[in-house]
Design a binder for this molecule. Sequence first.
Ligand SMILES: *[C@@H]1O[C@H](CO)[C@@H](O)[C@H](O)[C@H]1NC(C)=O
Ligand SMILES: *[C@@H]1O[C@H](CO)[C@@H](O)[C@H](O)[C@H]1NC(C)=O
Ligand SMILES: *[C@@H]1O[C@H](CO)[C@@H](O)[C@H](O)[C@H]1NC(C)=O
Length: 206
Amino acid sequence: MTASALASVICIMVMLLPAYYAAAAAAPAPAPAAYSHDAYRACKQKAADRILCGPSAFTFYLHNTVYNPTVDNKDYFNSVYGLPPNVTWPNPYSFGTTSTFEDPLTEGPANTSQQIGVAQGLWQLNSKVGYTLFHIFTANITDGDYKGTISILGQIREVDPVRYLTVVGGTGDFLGARGLATNRLVTIDHTAPATWTLSFDLDLYY
Ligand SMILES: *[C@@H]1O[C@H](CO)[C@@H](O)[C@H](O)[C@H]1NC(C)=O
Ligand SMILES: *[C@@H]1O[C@H](CO)[C@@H](O)[C@H](O)[C@H]1NC(C)=O
Ligand SMILES: *[C@@H]1O[C@H](CO)[C@@H](O)[C@H](O)[C@H]1NC(C)=O
């Protein structure tokens, strides 16, 4: 092909391009493929292989110290109660009471263990027949192999030795995480101001 013939071909292609794009834009979108479990599994597998995915297991320990005016511990507390519900009948399980917390998270069960982040959130006593704490909080992990936030919600029934909450999302290394947050009471000291440690063992899916 001569140089001038080549130039003509390119010129014709350039002229035809807008028509090609206009036709493509006007073409109806293909119908979506039928949803199948195989497709879902393939998608999950692809997601599981993504290099950006964070850990499939992750554990932290949460340490809480209640603010208690009777011991005036304003210099060392990390949770406060909100206004109690305005009821005049007996309310043995403090139904309706809330607590807001900003608790240190450590990698081990001791309160002197390496701190890896902080849990910020709240719980509400949401049962009239037992101590049941509905938790919703963000674990902000800032130190260690993984960094990012993990969003957790679910019930902690005090009588249950093991409680199952859900991981509903995450950011950073935990982007897209969902899964199970298995919770246990590690220690509790009712002596004022009241302190406790909870463990959270997470099984994470991306
Ligand atoms: C509590 O409820 C009572 C009776 O309804 C009402 O008179 C009172 O103002 C309420 N107190 C507060 C702090 O809302
Ligand atoms: C850790 O727990 C011990 C025993 O309950 C307590 O005396 C100490 O003040 C706590 N340390 C921190 C950093 O919270
Ligand atoms: C997590 O903590 C770090 C360090 O304090 C802070 O810079 C970051 O904004 C926090 N992330 C969220 C979502 O709170």
